[in-house]
Structure formats: structure tokens, C-alpha cells
Design a binder for this molecule. Structure first.
Ligand code: T46
Length: 136
């Protein structure tokens, strides 16, 4: 499984750093939603689902966390700890986010608005979905 990490261009000067993200330029899709999680309690793992069609870029803009990606055949753990790095998470990819530092802010840029029907929350259903997709 290939992990796709984007390294964004920081516009730094003597005042500090600034990262700008534009759809189709820095981000490979139209950004329809931005959300972020913070104050994540120690030891918590979030996620445990895949999406039918949603694509996302995860950026830990403060602190750090880890993301487990699982394409149904292979799993990889990706650390996110730099505010100028983004992890691309495609559809049909199981994800779990864990090891959040107490100061972590995980921001997500999403290709679609929120839709509960797009979630696959059952791991067996996810695996079947992956197998069905690869058969066709
Ligand atoms: C994902 C990972 C990386 C909304 O009302 N609107 C939203 O846009 C989102 C994302 C969530 N919510 C509500 C639904 C729940 O009541 O916020 C609550 C927490 O959401 P959830 O349990 O889905 O959070 P995570 O951290 O398990 O997953 C989230 C995203 O839902 C998911 O798409 O890929 O972050």
C-alpha cells in the first residue's frame, strides 16, 4: 500500500510560518468541508470506519497523533506531527486515529459534506466492499 503524504510549502519569514491550502492546487479535490478535533483524551482511538466515496487530507496542525490505514489487505501506521504535512486518505480505506498528544489538533479537509450514509462502520462489511470492488 502506498501512503500518500503531502508536504505543503510554508511561507516563512522572520515573523514565523504560514501555510496556505488551495483546492486543486495543494489539495487534490474540491474542499467541501473542514473539521478538526482537539482535546482528545489520552488513550483514545477514534475512527474505526471507512468511507464509500469521501476523500480527505488529515493535517495535525498542532501536536501529534498516529493514523492506522488499512486497505483491506495491508495496514500501515503513519505518524502525523508536522503542521505542514498532510495525509491523503482515499475512499474504501479503514482508518483509526490514536496516540494523540494532549495538545493535538487534527484538522481534516474533506471532499464532501457530512453524510452518515457514506460511512462503513462494520469491518466485515468493509472487507466485503473492498473484495467486491476489486472483482469488478
Ligand atoms: C473521518 C475521521 C478522520 C458532524 O456533525 N459533522 C462532521 O462533519 C463530522 C466529521 C462529525 N460530526 C459529528 C458526528 C459525531 O456525533 O461529530 C461527532 C464525532 O464524529 P465521529 O465519531 O465520526 O468522529 P471520528 O473521529 O470517529 O471520525 C472523523 C470523521 O467522522 C471521519 O469521516 O474520516 O474523523
Amino acid at each position: 500500500m502506498q501512503v500518500v503524504k503531502y508536504v505543503f510549502q510554508p511561507h516563512g519569514d522572520e515573523r514565523g510560518q504560514l501555510v496556505a491550502l488551495e483546492e486543486f492546487r495543494d489539495i487534490p479535490f474540491k474542499i467541501k468541508r473542514v473539521y478538526y478535533m482537539y482535546d482528545t483524551k489520552q488513550g483514545v482511538t477514534r475512527g474505526f470506519h471507512a468511507h464509500k466515496s469521501l476523500e480527505q487530507i488529515l493535517i495535525c496542525i498542532h501536536g501529534g497523533c498516529k493514523v492506522l490505514l488499512d486497505n483491506g489487505y495491508e495496514k500501515k501506521v503513519v505518524p502525523l506531527e508536522k503542521p505542514y504535512e498532510g495525509l491523503y486518505v482515499s475512499n474504501n480505506m479503514w482508518r483509526e486515529m490514536f496516540d494523540f498528544t494532549s495538545d493535538a489538533v487534527l484538522m481534516v479537509l474533506a471532499s464532501e459534506v457530512y453524510d452518515e450514509n457514506d460511512y462503513i462502520r462494520d469491518y466485515e462489511e468493509f472487507k466485503k466492499n473492498v473484495e467486491d470492488t476489486n472483482e469488478h
